[in-house]
Write a protein that binds this ligand. Structure first.
Ligand SMILES: NC(=O)c1ccc[n+]([C@@H]2O[C@H](COP(=O)([O-])OP(=O)(O)OC[C@H]3O[C@@H](n4cnc5c(N)ncnc54)[C@H](OP(=O)(O)O)[C@@H]3O)[C@@H](O)[C@H]2O)c1
Length: 297
C-alpha cells in the first residue's frame, strides 16, 4: 500500500500522475487513458494532476472521455486541476494576449468547464495555477471559499506561488490553502534554499513537485556527471535512474509529493520504484553536489 499524504480535507498518494502531456501521446483513446490510470492504481497511485489549459484546454476532455467509458474509475481517484491561465487557444481563442485571471467570474466559469470536460461532479483539489499580479485577494479568496462551500471543490491550493503570494491569499480566506505545487528536481533545487520549501514546512503544508525529472532534461546531462551517477545508483538499487532522481525529492523531510509526467505505459508501471530507494544523507549530498557542479561550501 502506497504511503499517503494528508492535505487536511483530502489525502493524496505519495506519488501523483500528471496529465499535462496526455494530449501529446499518439494514442489518446479512452481505452489507452484507462490503461494508464489502471497502471497507476495498481501501484496505489490514486491522485491525478490536471489543469484546464493542458493540451490547449483539451486534456481534461481526454480524461473525461475515459471516465465516461469506465465510470468505475472515478471513485478510486483524487483529481487535481488548476485554473487562471488564459491563453489565446481553444475556448479562449478570442483572448488578445496570454494572461492570468483570478477574478471570481473566471475561476467559477473555469471550474464549471473542468467539471463538464472531465465528466465529474466534484474536483478534489483546485489550484490557482500561477500567481496573478492583478489578484484581488479578497475576491479570489471569497471565490475559492464559495466553491468549497458549494461542494464543487473539496479543497483548494495554489501553484508556483512564493510565500508572500500565498500569505496574501490565505489572509482573505476561511478555507486553508492545502498545498503549493512548485517546480522541484535535481535541476530546479532553488526552492530548498530560497525559503519556499521552508515556508511550507513551517506551515505544515505538503508540497507538490512538478517536473521531478526536469521534464526529461535530466537525460541531457553528460554521462560522467549527474546522469551517470543516477544510473550507477539505479543499478545498485535495482531501479531505473529516474527512480533515484525522484527518491532524491522523497528523502526531504518536507514530504514532497512528486508529480510524474511520463506517457509511456512501461514507465508508468515503474513509477513507484522510487519508493524502493532508501537514500542516505551522503548520497543525497553527492547528487546535490553534482547538480550544483561543486561540493557544498
Ligand atoms: N503547476 C505547474 O505549473 C506545472 C508545470 C509543469 C508540469 N506540471 C505537472 O507536473 C507533471 C509532470 O511534469 P513533466 O511531464 O515535466 O514531468 P517529468 O516526469 O519531469 O518529465 C516527463 C518527461 O520526461 C520523459 N521521461 C520520463 N522518464 C524518462 C526516462 N526514463 N527516459 C527518458 N525520458 C523520460 C517523459 O517522456 P516519456 O513520456 O516518453 O516517458 C516526459 O517527456 C505534469 O504532467 C503536470 O501535471 C505542473
Amino acid at each position: 500500500m502506497m504511503d499517503r499524504v494528508s492535505l487536511g480535507d483530502i489525502t493524496l498518494s505519495r506519488l501523483v500522475y500528471g496529465m499535462w502531456r496526455l494530449g501529446d501521446d499518439d494514442n489518446t483513446a479512452p481505452a489507452h487513458v484507462q490503461a494508464k490510470i489502471e497502471a497507476c492504481l495498481a501501484q496505489g497511485i490514486t491522485s491525478f494532476d490536471q489543469a484546464d489549459i493542458y493540451g490547449g484546454y483539451t486534456a481534461e476532455a481526454i480524461l473525461g472521455a475515459a471516465l465516461r467509458a469506465a465510470p468505475q474509475l472515478r471513485g478510486q481517484m483524487e483529481i487535481v486541476t488548476k485554473c487562471d491561465i488564459v491563453a489565446p487557444v481553444g475556448r479562449h481563442a478570442g483572448a488578445r494576449v496570454k494572461h492570468y485571471d483570478t477574478s471570481a467570474a473566471h475561476i467559477t466559469a473555469s471550474v464549471e468547464a473542468s467539471l463538464r470536460d472531465m465528466a465529474i461532479e466534484v474536483i478534489d483539489l483546485l489550484l490557482i495555477h500561477r500567481p496573478d499580479p492583478l489578484m484581488d485577494h479578497f475576491e479570489t479568496g471569497a471565490a475559492l471559499d464559495a466553491l468549497v462551500a458549494s461542494g464543487k471543490v473539496r479543497s483548494v491550493g495554489v501553484s508556483n506561488f512564493r510565500p508572500w503570494d500565498m500569505r496574501l491569499l490565505q489572509s482573505a480566506m476561511k478555507a486553508r490553502l492545502a498545498t503549493n505545487q512548485i517546480e522541484l528536481s535535481l535541476l530546479a533545487h532553488e526552492g530548498f534554499t530560497n525559503g519556499d520549501v521552508a515556508y511550507h514546512q513551517e506551515h505544515g503544508q505538503p508540497i507538490m513537485a512538478w517536473s521531478p525529472l526536469a521534464g526529461g532534461q535530466l537525460l541531457a546531462q553528460s554521462d560522467a556527471g549527474l546522469r551517470g551517477r543516477l544510473a550507477e545508483l539505479g543499478a545498485e538499487f535495482g531501479v531505473d535512474w529516474s527512480a533515484v532522481a525522484v527518491a532524491w525529492l522523497l528523502r526531504h523531510p518536507a514530504r514532497i509529493i512528486p508529480v510524474m509526467g511520463t506517457n509511456s505505459l512501461p514507465r508508468i508501471a515503474q513509477i513507484s520504484d522510487a519508493l524502493k530507494v532508501d537514500m542516505d544523507r551522503q548520497t543525497w549530498f553527492e547528487l546535490y553536489s553534482l547538480a550544483l557542479g561543486r561540493e557544498v561550501a
